[in-house]
Write a protein that binds this ligand. Structure first.
Ligand code: CU
Length: 268
């Protein structure tokens, strides 16, 4: 699938194999999952394959907002700074944000992308990506940006131990009314902070797990290892023109969740 997307596309044209599953994901990751009001936290927005740590040029974000523990939302789009991150033997465009939490509580960051033309998939993707920064007080991790397609975590998305079950709902908000997105395919993938050698990669089905949302739009996933994990749901959202022809527009939404290292039970 992923790194061989172009080859797969060629085979699809030749009628040999089924189309590859969507593979590029949005990564919006703070340099720590929990901080204090004394810390300055750096967020990096990058684009590519989280497990392989294979990075491509990220699109300029359309918007970035933070929802504070008081429920107030602040536009941070102008604070994003374009940077270059190592991507094998070249560099890839990424965006950085520095953030000093003004108070205790949970801060929910939501970034949106413009519609991105995907050459291999022959469709546009228009994405949102969400991550929660925990700042001392457990308050406001369920903050919403009220986007058309958005994750609504049911399990607190931090302070987790490896192997814990995680649940989140996906809602659509066409016309302002929230409705669950039932039966949607959700992709689950872990992030590696460094590039993984091709020969060490497990099979595709181990890199990207999939599950479907239930009739209430809820997905259930076990996060078996420490580190950052992403859940991505998508749905079709009309059409958009490319080179004078109409192609499908897919709206996707990603939620990043942090799992702590395993700690020994008290008293042992
Ligand atoms: Cu990809």
């Amino acid at each position: 699938m992923k790194h061989a997307a172009r080859l797969v596309a060629a085979l699809v044209v030749g009628g040999l194999v089924a189309p590859a599953a969507p593979a590029h994901f949005n990564m919006l990751l703070p340099d720590r999952a929990s901080a204090t009001t004394k810390d300055e936290v750096t967020f990096v927005y990058q684009w590519g394959h989280p497990y392989e740590h294979q990075l491509f040029d990220a699109p300029a974000p359309a918007s970035l907002v933070v929802i504070g523990p008081d429920g107030k939302s602040t536009d941070l789009t102008k604070n994003l700074e374009k940077i270059a991150v190592p991507a094998g033997d070249r560099k890839a465009t990424a965006y950085r944000l520095k953030f000093k939490p003004p108070q205790r509580g949970d801060f929910v960051f939501v970034l949106t992308t413009p519609p991105i033309w995907m050459d291999d998939e022959h469709e546009f993707w228009e994405d949102t990506v969400k991550v929660v920064l925990h700042v001392q007080a457990q308050k406001g991790w369920d903050g919403l940006a009220n986007h058309d397609l958005e994750w609504d975590p049911l399990t607190r998305p931090y302070g987790l131990q490896p192997g814990m079950v995680f649940q989140a709902a996906v809602h659509t908000r066409g016309g302002g009314k929230a409705a669950p997105l039932a039966g949607a395919l959700v992709e689950v993938e872990r992030y590696n902070a460094t590039p993984q050698a091709e020969k060490d990669l497990p099979p595709d089905e181990q890199i990207t797990r999939t599950a479907k949302t239930d009739p209430n739009g809820v997905v259930t996933a076990t996060l078996p290892e420490a580190g950052w994990w992403c859940l991505t749901a998508s749905r079709e959202a009309g059409e958009r023109e490319h080179d004078g022809k109409k192609y499908p527009l897919r709206r996707r939404t990603t939620l990043w969740v942090f799992v702590d290292e395993k700690t020994a039970p008290a008293g042992k």
